[in-house]
Design a protein around this ligand. Sequence first.
Ligand code: MCA
Ligand code: AMP
Length: 518
Amino acid sequence: MKPPAVDHHNVWSHLRAAFPADLDRWAVETDTGLIYTWRDLDRASAMMANLLASLGLPEGARVAVQVNKSVEAMALYLATLRAGLVFLPLNTAYQKAEIEYFIGDAEPAVVVCTGANFGWVSKIAFKAGTAYVFTLNDDRTGSLLERAVHHSDVHAPVPRQADDLAAILYTSGTTGRSKGAMLTHGNLLSNALVLRDYWGWQPDDVLIHALPIFHVHGLFVALHGALINGSPMLWMSKFDPQTAIGWFSRATVFMGVPTLYVRMLAEPGLTPEAARHMRLFISGSAPLLIDTFEAWRQRTGHTILERYGMSETLMLTSNPYRADARYGGQSERRGGTVGFPLPGVEVRVAGEGDRPLPASEIGGIQVRGPNVFKGYWRMPDKTREEFTADGWFRTGDLGFQDERGYITIVGRSKDLIISGGYNVYPAEVEGAINELPGVAESAVVGVPHPDFGEVGVALVIAQPGQAVDPEQVIAALKGRLAHFKVPKRCYVVAELPRNTMGKVQKNLLREQYRGLFA
Ligand code: MCA
Ligand code: AMP
């Protein structure tokens, strides 16, 4: 691994050090035909960083951002790093109650939202004590840019230590409240450097950036991957399979959740010829079905490299890009597996009492390393619960490591649905359903879905003498929850299967409804 070119840990400084010498080369080309040079990224993020610095915010202040994907939104992330503040990205699908919780919990000093949402977002933010609310739209308008242009385009990054916070990413809780995973500059930098080497990045790589930039995959894995190599990006504001395939002839690296691969496979234009220029296809955030893996190989001649990560730990494991000397020089990308622990990342499979299990035995996947987060925001007890006595973080994923070293995920001990790469916690959805009039109880389970991989189905029991309309349940949920969390189907049932302890047997429900979208 190359030693850092700068003497402090601010991630921005390391990304900036990797920019090409000629700053007037293109860095980003968007699907709307805009071209940004490396100088543009440097200047835009400097002006925004100077604006943030002018606000005189205290150490560790949070900058919460819920805006549509744009290059300016990316520059705002870079500016936050530069200014030594803490970036808090929020999914654009989140609705009022969700935003209210995140802003109330994180108490950001600055909130940036779209102009269209300013009315309700600013009300929530000011109520929570936020001092500054700016707007940023995806057409290069908004008060953030209006203010930033009055600031200098030269900015010296604020030195940060490895342990200093860089970002907070909220991940839903299995029970109760969402937790903010606190990620440090050291976490982000170590992961970016490891992936640069492990995936064989080259400066002449070109990344197709197809994912949203409010989660780990699009914000860190993809963005840092390109920037820390000085590699340009073809930038998609919203994933479109035809545009992606059209760009293959000009790009070398693509990263996506499995749904993106499924959608591209449905395009007749996906051929070996179309994909000839590409070097690497990477999948993660959700299990890649072996059928998708095989179909991709048949249709393009490329073998998808699947990797595995988490908001709390960034990337943990990866199939090899080239021969991995640590594992006898194996280079095979094995479908259905998530590959080897990344260099510098320790992964173990543990059983009862957190005892490590021998090869091929299924247990809880645990991790230790410079990539593992600092803890949950203002939840020290929750943080302690998720670590073992000897300092390993419990991922909540179940799997095994085979004799050859490959790790396979077989399930989760946490009750989680991963839908199109987004996490949905049934407990949160059930809580929202149970508050609806006439509902006595509900259960939400994940079932296979051809497009999203897995989607939620809700089973609802009505209160005695009450009628509940399943369509109204869905409609009501859409007013309260991000739409990707809303179950795709709802059924009113007379009873739910229970074990002798009275606990709902979700495995039986999953079995019963698994063919729903077949
Ligand atoms: C949209 N809908 C969804 C999803 N996305 N429903 C379930 N699951 C989803 N993922 C809803 C919409 O709200 C809409 O409902 C209806 O489905 C149809 O939307 P559609 O137009 O098809 O969706 P889309 O806008 O094309 O979005 C699909 C998508 C998107 C492009 C696959 O979901 C996406 O970008 N997913 C990637 C997520 C991601 O980046 N994950 C990384 C997490 P209605 O009509 O009711 O509104 S990072 C992570 O997991 C870790 C750390 C890791 O390892 O990477
Ligand atoms: P998040 O909470 O959004 O960070 O999601 C992390 C979870 O996504 C992990 O704990 C896994 O359950 C899941 N995940 C990520 N990558 C993969 C993968 N390649 N295969 C299966 N599950 C994955």
